[in-house]
Design a protein around this ligand. Sequence first.
Ligand SMILES: *Cc1c(COP(=O)(O)O)cnc(C)c1O
Length: 353
Amino acid sequence: MSWEKVVRRVTPYVPGEQPKDKNIIKLNTNECPYPPAPGVSKLIENLRYEDMRLYPDPEASVLVDALSDYYKVPADQIFVGVGSDDVLSMAYLTFFNSDKPILFPDITYSFYDVWAELYKVPYKKIPLDADFKINFEEYYEENTPNGGVIIANPNAPVGICEPVSKIEEVVRHNPNSVCIIDEAYIDFGGESALPLIEKYDNVLIVQTFSKSRAMAGMRIGYAFGSKKLIGYMKDAKFSFNSYTMNRPSLELGVESIRDDAYFKETCAKIIATRERVKKELSELGFTFPDSKANFIFAKHERVTGEELFLTLKEARIFVRHWNTDRISDYLRITIGTDEEMDKLISFLEDYLG
Ligand SMILES: *Cc1c(COP(=O)(O)O)cnc(C)c1O
């Protein structure tokens, strides 16, 4: 039993279910319902298998350069990792080392407290208001002394996107800590805080290929920040694992970035579907915060979240439900194809009607 006393114990993050059965409507993990850019498929056929014996480029230069061209950010201000989860975890390791608590909302991406526990970083949850909006002023250093801030914008799982001006105030009021802005869902109609990296050296903007670029399976995430900030992250990364990005993901990521027309078209389709599903859900008696993400966080006027979740599951429609404080009556419904959403809506019409 003695060695167990020194185990680093942690209650892990629980990802949404990935059922083996293909014959379900999968609206539970915010994946893109459309395939990646067509060029990705062509390149998969042409990947040189004999190169797989070689380590990948530890600097991930081809991908960093493609991101640099696309976002007009110098390469030394870009960090890449194995999905944004890897990028965020490296950012915690690098920047969140204070005795003061890091701050994030009580309702947000449920990985934030898991990393805090894993790295033994004290943390404090700041409650969202009754409308699930962020109380920005409570994140200011003068109001809550802190060792860092992490905010998802749009916030998950509620979907609300806040203006960059409010994000900027948090960054400006925290000159002594790093503010991480997790923009996993920014491509679905929100405004990115990316320009803030030119004015502030303490803000890190994190994005991912997993949602809007339909490449969750490739595991590609990236972040932008001041040269100094990114330099510190790279030092941590090269002290942890030099070769995080594998060869295929580097090349396929570049291919995805190149096809901007396809990317924009896919995002526009998802946004259009989301907007009409909002109307249909309202007519069925659902209420929800106004989402700028690829999901809707909805609650029904009569039926509990748990009942709906289980009923939908029985009907082979998977959505996400948390049996936790404040949100147990809500379902997080990923925006699928129009056909998938039609099936969801017609099932709900029958069930609730
Ligand atoms: C999906 C998600 C991520 C992680 O995505 P990766 O697949 O690791 O890139 C990070 N933050 C939020 C808020 C997410 O919803």
